[in-house]
Design a protein around this ligand. Sequence first.
Ligand code: UD1
Ligand code: CA
Length: 496
Amino acid sequence: MSAEQPTGLTVIVLAAGGGTRMKSKTMKVLHPIAGRTMIGHVLTAARAMEPDRIVAVVGHQREQVSEHIRSLDPDVVLAVQEEQLGTGHAVRVAMAAIGEATGTVVVAYGDTPLLEGRSLRAFAAEHEAAQRAVSVLSGVVDNPFGYGRVLRNDEGDVEAIVEEKDATPAQREVCEINSGILAFDAEFLLGALPRIGNDNAKGEYYLTDLIGIAREDGLTVGAHTIDDVRQTEGVNDRAQLARMGAELNRRIVTRWMHEGVTVMDPATTWIDADVTLGPDVTILPGTQLLGATVVGEDAVIGPDTTLKDCEVGAGARVVRTHGELAVIGGEATVGPFSYLRPGTNLGAGGKIGAFVETKNATIGDGAKVPHLSYVGDAEIGEGTNIGAGTIFANYDGVAKHRTKVGRHARTASNNTFVAPIEIGDGAATGAGTVVRHDVPPGALAVSSGPQRNIEGWTAAKRAGTAQAQAAQQAAEQAAGGALDAGRDGDQDVAES
Ligand code: UD1
Ligand code: CA
């Protein structure tokens, strides 16, 4: 190769295979791990190389896969491989889709969720520095069954890759395997792809044949061994999906602990790849932080909490809660047993307490919904307290309506707010009020009539029951107490 090596970087991601062992309606590379699809992880790693272009080869369920790739990264070039005739054929389809390329072409697979961009970068850099026609990212494994084996000569130079089914018993003993990730000089690749045949055990066009072809041409070939082989491990079935998911989670949790997050029980803590945690966050056992959840400094989450796409402010406390698309302000407290549905927005220092469900609800700074309530389609002003057991009746059976409660209002227990209504600033309600009309600022709303006691009702209607007996005993005790009080000349009873 000349000193003025053509520059440029193309990454090809192969994702045309069916993944039949997943036994799933969902295409293999679309299965999620740590909140991203497998191909999402690979594309993230590929993008981290800052390539000139990424080409994804799709085949099985190409519509779903293509749509997903476009949604993740619209700049990815999609190449359709109608029939899966082998990895060599797939790369040929990819190169045909881009027309021409110079510099380096890196090939990776779409089903390796642990792959990291920095590993790809180091591999490509070594390939370029050594000015090779082909480099293979190899790994040394205990059980090489199923993999292509890297064959070296007596000098240790890479001679060829032989697939499991084509290998001799002696070759099968080799534990250095082809991870599947290869780097090529683009010019060599374009010239050599048509020379790959399919005269092998599987009748496929093997991309790995290019190692032998380069050697025949007297070109430089080499292998770069990756220590962390799991990064290149593919997922073939659901047992492997779970294992790789646990491994990726272990890596993510460990990284956050190194960043200054306390995780009491890493084994029961699940953190998705796109979650962001602030310094001194504490995560208690049984907690799942999913999607694009962001947790601010000093917040304490858990135990037994699931938050998906939530934003938690600094110093907040979230206990045994399920939340989705909710915002929790700084120093706010949530739980235990709270259900925060999409559109919940709790202000700083606010509270959503036990057995409270919220949806499309803005709860102002310092406002509190402490117990047993449903708050839907509502706006609650700052400093307001909602009494225990309040239902924001937002649905009339046909349409949803909003309720607005002003600032520093005090509503009592067991209220029903029949939307649409507005309760003004500094207003109040009595216990058991059904609020059907607006309450002006500063007013007290009461809807139940005055209490009426019908004396002797139990004795008249429930004679002979334990209830009647208890009433009778209470009456006798009261009569005796009144006599005693009279004897002692105690005036308290009369005065009260
Ligand atoms: C391949 C390698 C093998 C390596 C192993 C690592 C070849 C010939 N063999 O074997 O050396 O050790 O990966 O896992 O390259 N694909 C397509 N189109 C095709 C065929 C495959 O897109 O026509 C995609 C598949 O979806 C998959 C990847 O390429 O993501 C690998 O294909 P697969 O058939 O699984 O190759 P292996 O037999 O595992
Ligand atoms: Ca495979």
